[in-house]
Design a protein around this ligand. Structure first.
Ligand SMILES: Nc1ncnc2c1ncn2[C@@H]1O[C@H](COP(=O)(O)OP(=O)(O)OP(=O)(O)O)[C@@H](O)[C@H]1O
Length: 584
């Protein structure tokens, strides 16, 4: 129950609803428990009449009729209160579910990129949906049935004790056995439900990855092997589920057996006491009714225990993520105005998960408004430089300064709000093209959107679609070509009008002519903006104020285009090779 303690804050938030629910439960059970007493009384009156203790038949008839009316009234009222009980407690559980989902979602937003690299999307989704549903079963039905059971037992036993102490104690005999078996079984259920949840996450992750990579799967024709892999996981998951259900299935028969034993005891002991003239027949009837009324709550103890165990396992999984401290923390809540100067001082960076040192002792200064082009072989560390400027990771050694302030001392949100980033593999949302561009500036006008699209040389393509800027893009922007996607993404960065623009190899999918046009437009829009251009093409780099060439995480060459084409090395080789390709 340790993990579930996390939910106490929600119980405290909704305490009044829960208290009202509890009061209604008490009322409804108090009423329901009047029925055995009234029926017992009715039998006693009949017995008294047959024994000639009462001789007035009209009185007996009147009493019986009154009892029937009271039973009908009590049943109606008790039903009404049961309805109210469900309304208060189940509604509260939905409110808590909503709050918890929001809390998890907000935490997901705060967590750093590293967290997302370490955890799989299917697992993240499973915890916010499946696990939260399991937890809701605890805050709703489990609590409602537990309240129900406690009230029924407390009130029921008090009434039973008042009627006949000895018979009550006899009916209690099976109960220690009941508690021990519940204890043992719930431990088994807890263990098994944790495993079942883990398998569910595995299945979700597998499917999510399969759907995302459906084009690769189909083009390689590997559906069969995917189905085989899926079968293996789903088979294991099925086995684990069956194990869990076996344990669950033991509960109900066990409860029924124990209740049956209680019934037999009532009949046998009650019968003996009746023969001895110690009790009336109505008491036996009343006790059988009590035992049967108490059957349901006892029977659901197993179900409730399993719900609580599953909720405990799920909440523990949720807490794992809620307790995760975001690696990238904002240390400054005051506004940090950004001009755009970026300095790297002896920066090294190692990726935690792979232990790859992607950058080694980088020293670099880019003045505000300057353009820096970064070139180098694949895997040389170009994208890593960009990720560090956006503070998606913190450096392992050295320091990065933004306008001469260490980046970790600047307001994180101000830094990011002044960066317009076009990634290597742009992501477009399943929304209109216009909204995808507006993502960079929510309040952008139609004209601003068109302007940005024109600068990114994608306007002409957009207006060719029947719905123009209102064209809805499919999942991951599948209706656009790679080059169009890149340009929409460029428009999204331009419209933001940030102090720092970053283009991570984002012109790779456009032809050289379009690249020329975009670059010449960018020169206009990136005036007074610090611009980083990562590229494999000299054409993208040649007009930059500075060019660096990375080799295995180190700066191998730096200078301007004119300087570098005269120096032996990567840049000159690349220049000559690309010049040759152009001539061919
Ligand atoms: N998220 C990550 N986790 C672990 N290692 C990474 C991660 N991203 C990159 N690396 C590793 O860091 C090194 C530098 O990668 P980086 O992406 O910065 O290179 P790049 O020069 O941008 O390459 P490319 O031109 O292919 O995009 C590579 O060896 C890569 O395998």
């Amino acid at each position: 129950m340790k993990a579930l303690q996390y939910l106490n804050k929600y119980f405290s938030k909704y305490k009044w609803r829960i208290i009202i629910g509890l009061l209604i439960t008490i009322l409804s059970k108090l009423l329901a428990l009047q029925v055995p007493r009234i029926i017992g009384d009715s039998f006693n009156i009949v017995e008294d009449y047959l024994d000639n203790t009462i001789s007035d038949l009209a009185f007996v008839k009147h009493e019986l009729l009154m009892n029937v009316l009271i039973i009908v009234g009590v049943a109606l009222l008790s039903g009404f209160f049961t309805f109210l009980m469900r309304q208060t407690i189940i509604v509260t559980s939905r409110l808590i579910e909503f709050d918890l989902k929001n809390e998890i979602y907000q935490q997901y937003q705060k967590l750093s990129l590293n967290f997302y690299k370490k955890n799989r999307t299917g697992d993240l989704m499973n915890r916010i949906s499946e696990d939260v549903s399991k937890v809701r079963m605890y805050v709703g039905p489990a609590i409602m049935y537990t309240m129900n059971m406690i009230v029924l037992f407390a009130v029921g036993f008090t009434q039973m004790l008042q009627v006949d102490k000895q018979l009550t104690l006899y009916t209690l005999i099976p109960f220690p056995l009941l508690s021990i078996s519940i204890f043992i079984l719930s431990k088994v259920i807890h263990k098994r439900s944790t495993i079942v949840q883990q398998y569910l996450s595995k299945l979700t992750t597998f499917n999510q990855e399969f759907f995302s990579g459906i084009d690769v799967v189909k083009s390689y024709g590997i559906e069969r092997s995917i189905i085989k892999d899926f079968d293996v996981i789903s088979d294991e998951s099925k086995e684990k589920n069956i194990d869990l259900q076996k344990a669950n299935a033991l509960f109900f028969p066990l409860m029924i057996l124990l209740i049956g034993i209680s019934n037999l005891i009532v009949i046998y002991i009650g019968g003996l006491r009746y023969i001895n003239g110690e009790i009336q027949s109505g008491v036996i009837i009343e006790f059988i009714m009590y035992v049967n009324i108490l059957t349901w709550p006892v029977a659901v103890v197993g179900w409730v225990t399993s719900m609580v165990q599953q909720a405990e396992a799920s909440q523990a999984r949720i807490n794992e993520f809620l307790d995760e401290v975001p690696e990238i923390q904002n240390t400054n809540n005051n506004p940090t105005p950004i001009k755009g100067k970026v300095t790297f001082k002896d920066v090294s960076f190692t990726y935690e998960d792979t232990n790859i040192t992607a950058l080694k002792n980088i020293d670099l200064t880019v003045e505000a408004g300057e353009t820096l082009a970064i070139l180098g072989n694949t895997g040389s560390g170009k994208s890593t430089i960009i990720e560090l400027i956006s503070r998606l990771y913190d450096v392992t050694k050295g320091v990065i300064l933004i306008d001469d302030t260490p980046i970790i001392e600047a307001n994180l949100y101000d830094v990011r709000s002044q960066i317009g980033f076009v990634p290597q593999d742009p992501f477009l949302f399943s929304d209109t093209i216009g909204n995808n561009i507006k993502f960079g500036k929510e309040e952008a006008t139609k004209d601003e959107i068109i302007d940005a699209a024109k600068n990114a040389v994608v306007h002409d393509n957009i207006v060719e679609f029947t719905n123009g800027y209102d064209t809805i893009l499919g999942e991951r922007g599948v209706t656009l070509s790679g080059g169009q996607k890149q340009r929409v993404s460029i428009a999204r960065a331009i419209i933001k009008n940030p102090k720092i623009l970053i283009f991570d190899d984002c012109l790779s999918a456009v032809d050289t002519e379009t690249e020329e046009k975009i670059l010449s437009n960018l020169e206009k829009v990136s005036k007074n903006k610090t611009t980083f251009i990562i590229s494999h093409r000299v054409s993208s780099a040649k007009n930059a104020d500075k060019i660096i060439v990375l080799d295995e995480g180190r700066i191998a060459q730096q200078g301007t285009h004119n300087q570098l084409i005269k120096t032996e090395g990567y840049y000159k080789d690349l220049y000559e090779q690309q010049l040759l390709e152009k001539e061919i």
